[in-house]
Write a new protein. Structure first.
Length: 201
């Protein structure tokens, strides 16, 4: 079988994705992921299945009238496109936004959607922002009224206590120590620390 001579022989730059359509694995060699590269190297065709059985079907991406590229594969509980890459679950919207921007998102930064469609992986519908940006965007669009802080029905804390917790964190208190002190979960303290909750203060 003749090898495909159009395969790009440049080494991939850091963070690039496989050039094969609808593949979101990280590129390892000649702009292809390990699986597609091995298929091409051994058989000259990236579509050849190396093991027995029926050929795998590419996961479908539906292009909607409003420009969304809706992922039909695995998703998080919140409906966000997800795929396993190098044995690790990856949120595709974040990975694709990083590819678009040319750098990794900083801690605390998220891949947000202009279309408010968690299934969408269209790079043009993705933008970089914080959880606060996300909540403010939701409020502007009227998706739900923000009942922040102690006004939230589920809140066990008050604004002054949260400010005190942040002071304790800044002085070196451990998450578990604060969680025990205020009878809240460690994850709750962690979200306060990362300003994913109580973002209005």
């Amino acid at each position: 079988m003749e090898r495909n001579s159009t395969i790009n022989r440049r080494a991939p730059y850091h963070g690039s994705l496989c050039e094969i359509d609808d593949c979101f694995r990280r590129a390892k060699s000649r702009l292809m992921c390990g699986t597609h590269y091995e298929r091409w190297r051994k058989h000259g065709d990236t579509n050849v299945i190396l093991a027995g059985g029926a050929p795998r079907q590419n996961i479908e991406i539906i292009h909607t009238s409003n420009g969304c590229h809706e992922w039909q594969g695995a998703a998080t509980r919140g409906g966000y496109a997800r795929r396993t890459i190098n044995n690790k679950g990856v949120q595709l919207s974040r990975l694709i936004l990083e590819q678009k921007l040319g750098h990794k998102l900083a801690p605390g930064m998220k891949a947000l959607h202009t279309c408010d469609n968690p299934h969408c992986i269209n790079p043009e519908h993705l933008w970089e922002g914080t959880q606060r940006d996300n909540m403010q965007d939701c409020s502007r669009k009227g998706r739900f009224p923000i009942r922040s802080g102690s006004r939230a029905n589920s809140s066990k804390l008050k604004e002054d206590i949260v400010l005190h917790i942040r002071e304790l964190l800044s002085t070196g208190w451990l998450l578990r120590e604060i969680a025990k002190e205020f009878s809240i979960s460690i994850s709750n303290v962690s979200m306060i620390k990362r300003r994913e909750t109580w973002v209005h203060i």
